[in-house]
Design a protein around this ligand. Structure first.
Ligand code: SAH
Ligand code: SF4
Ligand code: F3S
Length: 475
């Protein structure tokens, strides 16, 4: 296992110049929250080598694209961005400046060799489990070495090699933070690239997660979202040395003083166990919002997708969760136009959306992904059918979302203020149900705090409210 002491010299990385101005790294993130988490870690691993983060590509010494392979469009965006970066690299070279271009994340993992051919000006290609090796790759790129690919799956190495939380430059980005507790997936849904790009399931031990959470809280974080491609399949070693559960981890995290809110994403219906459902019932810090992807309401399609559950199983699961936490708000992911999806299958999806009463959802047109079983099915659905189904599904979900938001008018909700609004006197926060809550004439000191808000109006995408009293709900 490789570890790094960030205060000391780091083997294999570029030497830190004694007095030179810091070099700059720019990371552009695509895809899911786990990539957001990883992008910050990429900045962290380069920090001991004298790199600081920049928000502009133009003054960067390294530009890293942290990419997503989930749908074709996501992957295409990377190649068009790379074309622009090639021009930037040439322009910088004309001024005598070297720009190192790196591609990280799931496209790098899936298409590393192909990418080297299509974009030979890319200096480094690292997969989601190998970005802790960036310093070595940067050294080789700085020395004019050929493009390098690092796309193995040493998940354990990655976490062991990442800088300890309290040493991170990226720690305090605001009052909310992501914390990856689980990686990879063993489920192999027939449409999905994740098991191929992220590798098999791995869970971090409780001790490391608790340590990271405490550091986040010390840095001012009030709400942590636990992340994993299959976060509720979490089975990290608990404090007694046994395989833990997500429910157990949530209870352990909830004991951290100053940590006010917990969320987790994204979960699989098959992994919602009793311990987790019980935590929704009695752990007050666990927010009453659950993103539980179902993908389709048709059993035939669910079977073809290899989801290993039926629509009825999902509905009964939701009933059990609602017994534990009656006011829970539900969100989901849906794919329309999976190969062979008939009108009747699609109607079953609409029926499930109505029956469960989702208040939010992410909807996608099926996108055939190379190497996945469904991409080879011969009954692919025509684009215009996908477009039409997507619009109908989105229309229904928007209706339900608006109805839920309107139903919140008149309620008093605790809101964690985590963003500035459009005007200088506005602050925006999150309700327990993950709605954006906009407050006009907000006192600046509310930023990063939880305060009670009387909701006055609900809109399609947000709530507007009035502060109950100046007094801050939690310090
Ligand atoms: N682990 C999560 C999903 C992670 S991927 C789960 O099991 O549900 C995020 C979402 O992208 C998926 O829920 C799915 O709705 C969508 N997605 C994945 N592959 C896709 C594809 N080939 N075409 C369209 N949408 C896809
Ligand atoms: Fe992809 Fe989620 Fe299925 Fe895993 S469980 S294969 S991440 S959709
Ligand atoms: Fe995309 Fe990889 Fe996340 S494919 S959705 S960045 S796990």
């Amino acid at each position: 296992m490789r570890t790094q002491d960030l205060d000391g010299p780091v083997e294999g990385g570029p030497a830190k110049p004694a007095e030179a101005a810091p070099k700059k790294i720019f990371v552009k993130t695509y895809g899911c929250q786990m990539n957001v988490y990883d992008s910050d870690r990429m900045v962290d691993v380069m920090a001991p080598h004298g790199y600081v983060e920049t928000k502009s590509q133009d003054d960067a010494d390294i530009v890293l694209l942290n990419t997503c392979h989930i749908r074709e469009r996501a992957a295409d965006k990377v190649y068009s961005e790379l074309g622009r970066l090639r021009d930037l690299k040439e322009a910088q070279a004309a001024k005598g400046k070297k720009l190192v271009i790196g591609v990280a994340g799931c496209v790098a993992q899936a298409e590393g060799v192909e990418m080297q051919r299509r974009a030979p000006y890319v200096d480094m290609i690292v997969g989601p489990q190998t970005y802790h090796r960036l310093p070595e790759l940067v050294t080789r790129a700085d020395n004019g070495g050929p493009a390098q690919i690092e796309t193995e799956f040493p998940v354990v190495d990655k976490f062991a090699s990442l800088p300890a939380a309290e040493k991170r430059k990226t720690l305090a980005r605001g009052p909310t933070a992501f914390l990856t507790i689980q990686e990879g997936c063993d489920k192999f849904c027939t449409f999905c690239v994740v098991p191929y790009t992220r590798g098999s399931e791995y869970s971090r031990p409780f001790a490391r997660i608790l340590e990271e959470a405490r550091s986040l809280v010390d840095a001012g974080v009030r709400e942590i979202t636990l992340l994993g491609q299959n976060v509720n399949a979490f089975h990290g070693e608990d404090e007694a040395g046994s395989a833990g559960t997500l429910g157990g981890l949530i209870r352990a995290l909830a004991r951290i003083d100053g940590l006010e809110r917990l969320r987790y994403t994204t979960s699989h219906p098959r992994d919602m166990d009793e311990a987790l459902i019980a935590a929704h019932g009695d752990e007050q810090k666990l927010m009453p919002y659950l993103h539980l992807p179902v993908q389709s309401g048709s059993d035939r399609i669910l079977d073809l997708m290899n989801r290993q559950h039926t629509a009825d199983h999902y509905i009964r699961l939701i009933e059990r969760i609602r017994v534990a936490r009656p006011d829970i708000a539900l969100s989901s992911d849906f794919i329309v136009g999976f190969p062979g999806e008939t009108d009747a299958d699609f109607e079953a999806t609409l029926g499930l959306v109505r029956e469960v009463g989702f208040v939010q959802a992410y909807t996608f047109k099926y996108s055939p992904r190379p190497g996945t079983p469904a991409a080879g099915h011969d009954n692919q659905i025509a684009e215009e059918v996908k477009v039409e189904r997507l619009a109908r599904l989105q229309g229904l979900i928007a209706e339900q979302q608006l109805a839920f938001n309107k139903s919140c008018a008149g309620r008093r909700l605790p809101v964690l203020f985590d963003r500035r609004g459009r005007t200088p006197t506005q602050l925006v926060g999150r309700s327990p149900f993950l709605q954006s809550v906009v407050l006009d004439n907000a006192p600046a000191h509310l930023f990063g705090q939880i305060a009670e808000v009387d909701i006055e109006e609900g809109f399609a995408m947000s709530l507007h409210g009035r502060l109950v009293k100046e007094e801050v709900f939690s310090a």
